[in-house]
Design a protein around this ligand. Structure first.
Ligand code: ZN
Length: 312
């Protein structure tokens, strides 16, 4: 079964309007930073728009029709897929792992995330990792605001893929549009906000104690260069396979077959149009493909980001 999902748009201080031009979404007013494409998180819930379950939320389906998803015993739907448009720099932040999220926040999941860069303006940069060798050095550098030497910067361009495990200090920079696949968590510890203030002169809250506690030390992550494999009707690029999730980029045309799988998959259409098992799809669509013992056939021509979950 193919469950197409309604996108949920989120206004953000750093957001822009690129999701309107790049994905032809009908955006609400304002600076739209995020489109939550597939989510069962209470802060932005997907509603199914296709098939017999149209009108139900993804959380309701996870609760009541678990067999559609596979042999999972997790209480809540584990993944979240979103698009982000950074018209301005996001704050520098870090997320807890599962154990820390439970211990510090009473939340079920930490946040390991990864980014596929959809667009990047010339000169666009991320912040990824830091230069401290010990927690003491990290705390010291943060206390003294030594951001230029502490934070590692990483230039990026369209097509890059970045893995951001929990504990990695990171920020998406101005001029970047990404598709993010992440654990279903909204827990963020803000480390630095470039000393920005709002119209009333207020700064945003920082969470330095928690951030220092959960940050991986030392940490100098590198951009990965995933391998691409030719298959019938297209190519499959393995972006990452981790304890939490697997993520692939697929260029598919007529004749491509999505092999049977004993668990659900999440799919976002980055480009093109076509269909999957006869369900029409176009750029900007997000869908859940349920457990299947039959191959699912593609028509048309599309670029897809496809993920599945390894947590049980
Ligand atoms: Zn993050």
């Amino acid at each position: 079964m193919i469950l197409t999902c309604t996108p949920v748009f989120q206004e953000r201080l750093w957001g822009g309007r690129k999701l309107e031009t790049t994905f032809e979404y009908d955006l609400p007013q304002g600076n739209i930073g995020e489109c939550w494409g597939i989510s069962a998180h209470p802060n932005g819930m997907s509603v199914v728009t296709s098939g017999q379950f149209a009108g139900l939320t993804l959380a309701e389906l996870w609760e009541e029709k678990r067999e559609l998803f596979g042999a999972y015993t997790l209480d809540s739907f584990p993944l979240l897929v979103k698009l982000l448009d950074a018209a301005d720099d996001l704050s520098v932040q870090v997320h807890p792992n599962d154990e820390e999220a439970m211990r510090l926040e009473g939340e079920p999941y930490g946040k390991t995330e990864c980014w596929y860069v959809v667009e990047a303006e010339p000169g666009a940069e991320l912040i990824l990792g830091h230069t401290a060798e010990t927690k003491e050095q990290l705390a010291e550098a943060i206390a003294h605001g030594e951001w230029d030497t502490l934070l590692r910067r990483q230039p990026v361009r369209a097509g890059d893929f970045i893995f951001v495990p929990s504990g990695t200090i990171h920020a998406i920079g101005e001029g970047i549009v990404i598709l993010e696949t992440q654990q279903s968590s909204d827990t963020t510890y803000r480390v630095y906000d470039f000393d920005r203030t709002d119209d009333e002169g207020n700064t945003r809250e920082l969470h330095l104690d928690q951030a220092i506690e959960v940050t991986t030390v030392p940490d100098s992550p590198k951009i990965v260069h995933p391998k691409t494999k030719d298959v019938t009707g297209g190519t499959v690029q393995t972006l990452i396979e981790t304890d939490e999730f697997n993520v692939y980029r697929m260029d598919v045309t007529d004749g491509f077959v999505l092999r049977p799988l004993d668990r659900f998959r999440l799919i976002s259409v980055l480009n093109g149009e076509g269909s999957l098992d006869g369900v029409p799809l176009e750029k900007g669509d997000h869908l859940v493909v349920t457990v299947s013992d039959k191959p699912r056939v593609v028509a048309g021509s599309m670029e897809l980001i496809v993920s599945d979950c390894n947590l049980k």
